[in-house]
Design a binder for this molecule. Sequence first.
Ligand code: GLV
Ligand code: GLV
Length: 337
Amino acid sequence: VRPRVWVSQPLFGDIVGRLREHFDVIETAAVGKHPQDEIAAMLASCDGALVTLNDRIGAAEIANAPRLRAIANVGVGYNNLDVPALTQAGIVVTNTPDVLTETTADFGFALMMAAARRITEAERWLRDGQWKQWSFETMLGGDVHGTTLGILGMGRIGQAIACRAAGFRMRVLYHNRSRLRADIEGTCRAQYVDFDTLLAQADHLVLVLPYSPAVHHLIDATAIAKMKPTATLTNIARGGIVDEDALADALESGRLAAAGLDVYEGEPAIHPRLLALRNVVLTPHIASGSLATRRAMVSLAVENLTAALGVGPRAGDPPSPVNAAALGAQRKPGISK
Ligand code: GLV
Ligand code: GLV
């Protein structure tokens, strides 16, 4: 009997279709967040799953899924998955790093620039019919070139943003759990500083760190109070890193010049105070969303799932496992625990 895999929402059909070579594929037609009991019901009969950040999977969702051996997340961030619980159960988890790095860095840079130069605010004003005459003082923003860029989280995406900053002759400061090797710092022309120095010196602060409970509301009122009032804050990581109430306070009072947000704590719901503010650029979690990159992400996830289920050219050796430990202790096919 062929292993069965669940694809949790419509993805590129021509790419996902490759799974049919080895597996029975069940595709859910509905887009968005599925009820947790529906997720559990789907996993109950499956050997593998191709999921997105919409799908939260932990101990409860796999409790009745004895055959489940692999979950391929289409995305680099995997805070939707309880990796320790899945590892414990012998389920291999994979993500899609690398293929989205440059596209996501492009978008982070664009969002930062849009916030600093008030691009979407100016466009809304123009479309509103408010542009009656050209004036010297219309929509004055802050500069990007020659300023100090602060990058919080210096993984692959952070490094790619740092490379872009060189073209704008920016000084690049970063903070990260661990300091980069000196040769990588050299390539990125980035200087390591502590968190408070990063907050105090950045003209533009960009968040690119993975979410974990340890960084929940890391950017709160206390952190924002340490930033320059002329600074911008851009978040392309995860919404939960920023205390949105504190951010709205700061944007309202002029304690912070502007923000660019692609991610939100309760997405797709947006904090009503952020929606009402002019000095924040709001986009719907699309930083990795070029057509080519989204296709590459699905392709990599398909390759990961196939390999993690022990078939195809890389059987047993998925390109980007998150919990390499589980590979050695993976559940055996079709055997209940
Ligand atoms: C998207 O947010 C991702 O983590 O890939
Ligand atoms: C994750 O955010 C990365 O930097 O690859």
